[in-house]
Write a protein that binds this ligand. Sequence first.
Ligand SMILES: Nc1ncnc2c1ncn2[C@@H]1O[C@H](COP(=O)(O)OP(=O)(O)OP(=O)(O)O)[C@@H](O)[C@H]1O
Ligand SMILES: NC(=O)c1ccc[n+]([C@@H]2O[C@H](COP(=O)(O)O)[C@@H](O)[C@H]2O)c1
Ligand SMILES: [Zn+2]
Length: 271
Amino acid sequence: MEKSNQTKVVLLACGSFNPVTNMHLRMFELARDHLQDTGNYRVIKGIISPVGDGYKKKGLIEASHRIEMAKLATESSDWVTVGPWEGQQAEWVETAKVIRHHYEELLAAERNKDEVDTVKIGKKRRHEDRDGWAHHGRTGVPQLKLLCGADVLESFSVPNLWKAEDIAEIVGRFGLVCITRAGSDAWKFVHQSDTLWRHRKNIHLVKEWVTNEISATHVRRALRRGQSVRYLLPDPVVQYIREQGLYTAESEEKNADVVLAPLQKYSEGCN
Ligand SMILES: Nc1ncnc2c1ncn2[C@@H]1O[C@H](COP(=O)(O)OP(=O)(O)OP(=O)(O)O)[C@@H](O)[C@H]1O
Ligand SMILES: NC(=O)c1ccc[n+]([C@@H]2O[C@H](COP(=O)(O)O)[C@@H](O)[C@H]2O)c1
Ligand SMILES: [Zn+2]
């Protein structure tokens, strides 16, 4: 039941989605259950944001295909949608920037809703927290949280992959919901990082008890070998891959000799 003191939340998942799998969709369901079980949150929307081609990950096929597959995969969901903006950018976009973009969209939508409602406009407050990030005190604006798997959380410590200030902004200003597996050391990881520990109240670790090892890498491998991927991906996605002839030995070699965009950017010291 909806309570007035519940915080509305939108979940944003950034990743390759090369292709989107049933596990990616499960992440959203697990995260929503976890947040709503606390009694403090109401999850109103989920957004899948496939990364742009500029990310240069090995085997990454065109964003237009990955966006289309994500749209087909979410046709059956009444709350998870696709955010195509990131995938449409020519250059790779840092995740913190992607979150900011979606937060601006939420604010704009809320502004449109109560533009003429002077009572609500009267409630508008802009305040800054202890880290200096502006928050909009308007009651209607949902929180936007990044949804990811434990591998992304653990990648925070890979040298030259993430900027420290981006990590601080993601966990400090927005918040993180992370799907972990039984036996995963995500809590230890949070404990060992001063930034993550400082913002631990904004980090929700969701334990997945029924472990599911579906990975896009496995799916691409099976497709190259002409094996069935049915029930690993939603049927419309399987059909699209077949129709378009996606995921071949050739596509797996894309970007084989290129450095991943963030590593390129941050190792050059031009951040
Ligand atoms: N089995 C899983 N359990 C928890 N999170 C997962 C799982 N698979 C993917 N994720 C998460 O889904 C998001 C998108 O990941 P990504 O597109 O890399 O999928 P993937 O299946 O890991 O693909 P790949 O094998 O190409 O790395 C990331 O946040 C990742 O951590
Ligand atoms: N510094 C950063 O903002 C940064 C670094 C590495 C990966 N990422 C993002 O994390 C996601 C990881 O996706 P994959 O697990 O498919 O590689 C992508 O959306 C990528 O853009 C962001
Ligand atoms: Zn991955």
